[in-house]
Design a binder for this molecule. Structure first.
Ligand code: KG4
Ligand code: ZN
Length: 347
């Protein structure tokens, strides 16, 4: 049995985890810096990197202790090296390089989006890893549809051309005065609301770069603008009796596009299996609508477990433990790639 230590510091979660080659998560320690950034309404890169520097050593030690292992039993180090905030990525990558050198173990560079993608196989997943899968990765920074072939190579099918779905929720929540992070705030405010009360735009895409299919791409910037105009034209919209309807309609606009595009990708690829991961995949309306859609189409659906949806290092270690990711030799050659997309495999 092989054990990988995973390190994740690409944004505002400081995380370390140990995962074994049979996919078992032995420990998964996440420190979310949300409270540190909340007063600013979003992630402040300088605060994030400083916190990573302070927190990471203790978190790595806890991950090792909870796994019940000592350093000699760690067979490799996996680290998120792309994409993400440069100053945040650097902290995890520097720590991983130091550990891999000191322990004389392989260093595996992991793409953050691929880690989210493969998180759908963690825990009690009912997915068949050998079946072609179309996955929706939805977070604060990313919204993409990815095809995963049985040979394991991820292929980007479509992505957002502007804001990520989580960003649309975060910005919408800010406009509604609901606080940060916006996804859970909108979900709570939408309770009891009528999701069809206000017809917010669904953001169709007519052309997309990089040979992506426009029918599988997303655009959320118009939605946020529509909300701004709605609030301007309806000053009563945030009153207690209207707010649940506004929040539910906004949430519905985001969720319905995500479900429609995933369904279109299933239709176009013929894949028998669908999945969703990333912070926004915690959303209950999204989970329910995806479950409905999958049942109607007769495809198997795997939703990442809530503890593996938000940023974590178990998903990073799991990529390496399953034999994916990029082993970097010599260790010192690993560099961060803050804006690398998935599927890009530069030397
Ligand atoms: O994956 P994640 O933790 O970090 C990134 O890689 O971005 O995702 C964070 C995003 C935020 O935009 C947050 O508002 C959203 O996920 N989010 C949710 C929920 N929980 C977190 N969105 C909708 N419903 C939720 N319950
Ligand atoms: Zn993420």
């Amino acid at each position: 049995m092989i054990h990988f230590l995973g390190i994740e510091t690409s944004c505002d979660e400081t995380a370390a985890a140990v995962v074994s080659s049979n996919g078992r998560v032995l420990s998964n320690i996440v420190y979310s810096q949300i409270a540190d950034h909340a007063p600013f309404g979003g992630v402040v890169p300088e605060i994030a990197s400083r916190a990573h520097v302070e927190l990471l050593p203790g978190i790595v030690e806890r991950a090792l202790a909870e796994a019940g292992l000592d350093w000699a039993e760690i067979d490799g180090i996996a680290v998120t090296s792309e994409p993400g905030l440069a100053s945040s990525l650097l902290v995890g990558v520097t720590a991983a390089k130091a550990l891999a050198s000191r322990l004389d173990r392989p260093l595996v560079a992991v793409n953050h989006i691929e880690a989210h993608l493969r998180s759908v196989f963690l825990g009690d997943s009912t997915l068949d890893p050998a079946a072609p899968t179309v996955a929706l990765v939805v977070s604060g920074g990313h919204t993409c549809l990815i095809a995963l072939a049985p040979d394991g190579a991820p292929r980007l099918l479509g992505q957002t051309l502007d804001d990520a779905a989580g960003e649309a929720l975060d910005k919408g929540a800010k406009l509604m005065g609901l606080g940060y992070p916006g996804g859970p705030a909108i979900e709570a405010a939408a309770a009891g609301g009528d999701p069809h009360r206000i017809a917010f735009p669904r953001g169709g895409v007519t052309s997309a770069a990089e040979s992506l299919d426009p029918g599988l791409c997303f655009s959320f910037s118009g939605l946020k603008t529509a909300l701004r105009y709605h609030l301007r034209d309806h000053p009563e919209a945030l009153a207690a009796e209207h707010r649940p309807h506004v929040a539910a309609s906004y949430e519905e606009a985001v969720v319905s596009v995500l479900v429609e595009r995933l369904e279109a990708a299933l239709e176009k690829t013929g894949a028998p299996q669908a999945a969703a991961a990333g912070g926004v995949a915690r959303n209950r309306r999204l989970r329910a609508r995806l479950t409905e859609m999958a049942a109607r189409r007769g495809v198997r659906l795997g939703l990442a477990a809530p503890e593996f949806c938000a940023d974590n290092a178990a998903m990073v270690a799991a990529v390496a433990a399953a034999g994916h990711g990029r082993t970097v030799r010599p260790i010192a050659a690993l560099e961060i790639r803050p804006s690398a997309p998935i599927g890009l495999d530069l030397p």
